[in-house]
Design a binder for this molecule. Sequence first.
Ligand code: AKG
Ligand code: FE2
Length: 580
Amino acid sequence: DTNLSSHFVLEPYDFLFDTAVEAYYKGDWLTVILNMEKALRNKATVRSVKAQCRMSCANRTSFGDRLAGLGVPIPGSGSVEDLGFFQKILKRADCVNSCETEKLGSPTMHQVTGEVQLEFSKRTPYNYLQVAYFKINKLDKAVAAAHTFYQANPDHMEMRQNLEYYRMMAGVKEEDFKDLEARTHMSYYSDDSFGLAAKHFEVAVDEYFTADKECRALCEGAYNYDGYNYMEYSADLFQAMTDHYLQILNCKQHCVVELASTAGRDKPFEDFLPSHFNYLQFSYYNSEKYEQAIECARTFLLFHPDDEVMNQNLAYYSAVLGEDKAKTISARQVQSGVSVLHDNIKVTMTPQQLNGSQRVLLDGVISDDECRELQRLSNAAALKGDGYRGRPSPHSPSEMFQGVTVLKAVKLGQEGKVPLKSTRLFFDLSEKVRKVVESYFHLETPLYFSYSHLVCRSAIDEKQEERKDLSHPVHVDNCLLVSEINECIKEPPAYTHRDYSAILYLNDDFEGGDFIFTELDAKTVTAEVRPQCGRVVGFGAGKENPHGVRAVTKGQRCAVALWFTLDPTHEEKVRTISVD
Ligand SMILES: O=C(O)CCC(=O)C(=O)O
Ligand SMILES: [Fe+2]
């Protein structure tokens, strides 16, 4: 074997960690330090090599976001288009594998147990290091290790006392209290950072995008299923690959939350990226750089178009700079997947215009092509799944009803019964709606899917005469409406964990079918929404929003009904396949 590099093996960090812990109990402080420091270094190396390999392999086997090919179905195994796509995934996995092997030794050597992962995420190594440094009189390092550990364990009394003790010691300096694990894109972000100079926030925004790219790259590549590699995975290969692909998608979607989270805080920062632009515009305003302030204000408004304060700021900066000049300055290009409120999404009606609270009507959320594809998916699923054109409606004898959940769509995709591309679109577009709703209502914590349902209702032509009923009776999504007494009972069997709802409409070529909001009496209509492609009605799922659907008297009405929860334990099954 002439390939020397293939013999290189980076020492696995779990092994180093164990060695250090063993040495700790023998009081061999130098061995603790040597091995623990190396464990931390090697863990970081594994992560960055993985990110680099995935990024460079993604560039070499790029398939962008489009699936290429002809889309000719092969019975029972997806379509040619899906297979071409997965061939590329396999090629990429191969590339990632050899890249990692070259730089780390066999990648399987660096797989660690969940327990070890947990120790590192709780920053336990710094607890050991703190003692060891202290014992050999490396005070500055002991302080930094203690501080680093404490950031992730703010309830740790002993470390708090240690820190107080260090603070009083001679020779300890303020700058010794540093967080050795601070993520660069976080380092300027704290509650008192308003006074900081704009250039710090510029750096933070850049670093955010770098971290985002890295997080997404880490989602790619060869995954293991409980320790098994792809090729040994016992399930059908096609299914293995689709599972994998969904994991990647899911993993990438969690990057936004991941990037806004930090050790020692149980919640992610609210609205992480938009906040950066808020700080930035404020800093530019302070230094009278109005052009930049306008740019940042506009960028912030991409996320929160109706934010009153920011709109006022923008008006003020524009007046100072001159309206004509201000008009020529546009928002910064924020990478897709990070910014969700594109210019083409518009708030058509605010809660006030809809005569209620926690209600919004948005337009332009998805395109005409996307609407058509989802409607096709619904019809294909009805054909392949539950018999032609669905079943009698559970709500009205005058309509037929067909529904497909994401889980069902994924299954049909895996069985080759509907194009996987459409399944992905269902997945992606519902995610887009989720982000838009989360962002519009300025939620403090992430919104999780609890159920997603693509639903079409079709009028039965011969049953429309004398019709008085609704297509969907007035109800509340998270409690049982008793309209006779104007009450809503929030108890099972109602889906009490639902916190927000959104309906994404796909078409308008039918008669009837308007969405209505009512009072708790289920009679007094407070607002009406005419469905159309790309329109979303989003609302709180509680008793403030009783709603229903008027009779569909001709044609087919299709919509994606999405229910969200703030409680991660109720996250929808298909979206929670865990990774890493
Ligand atoms: O399709 C609609 O417009 C609303 C449906 C609805 O409210 C529901 O399914 O809970
Ligand atoms: Fe509903």
